[in-house]
Design a protein around this ligand. Structure first.
Ligand code: CA
Length: 209
């Protein structure tokens, strides 16, 4: 309705305007007994009306003291429903990193260890923010709890350091996207099944053997 009003103003009085389509359509104008028709394309411009949102918001990581530095220890994920730069997310550690032990890759959300950890401090709690290209910041930070465990303690080991899965946007809800497997030193294995949930969100479940 606002668009119709603007066009009427631009052509003066005694003008009838009919719109057959909202985005691409023909406009007929009657003035003084004469008529003309024009094709009009209206471009809808995205506005930055969504903040980045973390899902999940909380992450728990166990790292051994003297863990290898410069390898990713966790990936935080925030999504933004806007398009273009307004939907592009940048990450930053905003609290809990006073000693500079961690860094986050600005565009990917991967968190890296910059120095070996010691058990002089048994836990680190990081707050990570997400900000879009228009300057809107996530309403809630991601919280990453890093627990430092004894180097003699052997946690389960993933088969691979990185996994890449793809999924169609129209995938059925709860369809399995992929499996991430880990095994412990005692020989027990654990599979993490990753499901498509909805609206690009993922869900997961654990399967022990
Ligand atoms: Ca946005």
């Amino acid at each position: 309705m606002d668009i119709t009003h603007v066009l009427l103003q631009s052509f003066g009085e005694k003008i009838e305007l009919a719109c057959s389509l909202l985005l691409i359509g023909s406009f007929s104008i009657l003035a003084g007994g004469l008529s003309t028709t024009a094709m009009v394309k209206i471009q809808v411009v995205d506005v930055n009306d969504n903040r980045p949102t973390f899902y999940p918001r909380e992450y728990n990581v166990s790292l051994r003291e003297r863990e290898t530095v410069n390898s990713p220890v966790v990936v935080v994920v925030a999504t933004d429903k806007d398009a273009g730069k307004y939907g592009t997310v940048r990450y930053a550690i905003v609290a809990g990193n006073e000693e500079g032990l961690f860094r986050v890759e600005m565009s990917s959300g991967e968190v890296f260890l910059t120095q070996p950890l010691t058990r002089a401090r048994l836990a680190h709690r990081l707050n990570i923010s997400a900000t879009d290209g228009g300057g809107l910041r996530s309403a809630h930070d991601a919280e990453v709890l890093v627990t430092v465990i004894d180097s003699n303690h052997q946690p389960p080991i993933f088969e691979n350091n990185r996994y890449l899965f793809s999924v169609r946007e129209d995938a059925q809800r709860n369809s399995v996207i992929g499996t991430v497997s880990a095994s412990s030193v005692t020989g027990k294995s654990m599979d993490l099944l990753i499901f498509f949930f909805k609206n690009s969100f993922l869900n997961y479940s654990l399967r022990f053997e």
